[in-house]
Design a protein around this ligand. Structure first.
Ligand SMILES: [Zn+2]
Ligand SMILES: [Zn+2]
Length: 242
C-alpha cells in the first residue's frame, strides 16, 4: 500500500512542471508546524529567540549572508556604494508598498495575478486568514530563494554597485520580515514611530487589506493615499475572516 502510494507520488512529481516541483522541494525546508502564536511573545529577547528558532527566518538570514559574501568578493567599498545604500533606504517604503499591494495581495483572476499568487500571494493569504499564527507568518523559502537566485545575476556579473544594491534589497526584506513579526507579537510599542506602524498593520488586517500597506514605514501609504481615517474604509471580507 505504502509502496503504491510512493509510486503514485513519484508519478505525480514526474508529471509536474519543473518550477512547481522545485517549489515543492524548497517548501520542504520549511518544516511543518505547529509553531505557536506571535501573541505568546511579550519581550524583545523572546521575539529574537522565536525568530531565530523558527525554520523560515534562518533561510532568509542565510540568503542575506550569501548576498553580503557576493558583495565582499566584488572589491572595496566606494562613495558610490553609500549613494546606492541611501537610494535603497529612500525606496524601501515604496518598494514595500508595491510588493505588498501587487504581489502579496495578487489574486488569480488574471495571468499576472495567477503568477503572483503562486509565487507569494498564496502564502500571504494564509497569513491574513490567521494573522498571529507562526506557521504562516514569515516569508516562505520559495519566495526568499527565488529572489536570491534572481539577485545573484547582477550581484556577480553587474558592476560592484549592483552587488551593493542586491545586498541592500536583502537587508530591506530582512527588516520587513522581522518588523512584520514584531508587529504581531505582544511586545509593547515603546516609540511613537513603532506605535504608528503597529496601528497601521492592525488596520490592514482587521479593517481592509487594500490600505495601510507599509510595514517598516508609513511613508508609502502617506504619499500614495492608502492611509485613510479608519471609518472612511469599509470592513473587507478578508478582514472579517481574520
Ligand atoms: Zn501581518
Ligand atoms: Zn497584507
Amino acid at each position: 500500500m505504502a509502496r503504491a502510494s510512493r509510486v503514485t507520488t513519484a508519478a505525480a512529481n514526474a508529471a509536474r512542471p519543473l518550477p512547481t516541483a522545485l517549489f515543492a522541494r524548497l517548501d520542504r525546508l520549511d518544516r511543518p508546524g505547529p509553531h505557536g502564536s506571535a501573541a505568546e511573545v511579550r519581550t524583545l529577547p523572546a521575539a529574537a529567540r522565536r525568530f531565530l528558532r523558527h525554520p523560515r527566518p534562518p533561510v532568509l538570514l542565510g540568503c542575506v549572508g550569501a548576498l553580503a559574501a557576493m558583495r565582499a568578493a566584488r572589491g572595496p567599498w566606494r562613495v558610490r556604494d553609500a549613494g546606492v545604500a541611501a537610494a535603497a533606504v529612500a525606496a524601501q517604503p515604496f518598494v514595500e508598498w508595491g510588493v505588498h499591494r501587487l504581489l502579496l495581495h495578487a489574486r488569480s483572476g488574471s495571468r499576472f495575478g495567477a503568477v503572483g499568487y503562486q509565487l507569494a500571494g498564496y502564502g500571504h493569504e494564509q497569513h491574513h486568514r490567521d494573522p498571529t499564527s507562526l506557521d504562516t507568518m514569515f516569508l516562505r523559502p520559495r519566495e526568499v530563494i527565488t529572489g536570491t537566485v534572481l539577485a545573484t545575476v547582477p550581484a556577480l556579473f553587474g558592476p560592484s554597485w549592483a552587488a551593493t544594491g542586491t545586498l541592500c534589497a536583502g537587508l530591506g526584506v530582512l527588516a520587513y520580515d522581522w518588523t512584520h513579526f514584531l508587529l504581531h507579537t505582544r511586545v509593547p510599542p515603546r516609540s511613537a514611530y513603532y506605535r504608528r506602524l503597529w496601528r497601521g498593520h492592525r488596520l490592514h488586517h482587521y479593517r481592509n487589506e487594500r490600505h495601510w500597506l507599509g510595514v517598516t514605514s508609513p511613508l508609502g501609504d502617506l504619499v500614495l493615499g492608502t492611509n485613510p481615517q479608519r471609518d472612511a474604509v469599509e470592513l473587507s471580507s478578508l478582514a472579517h475572516s481574520g
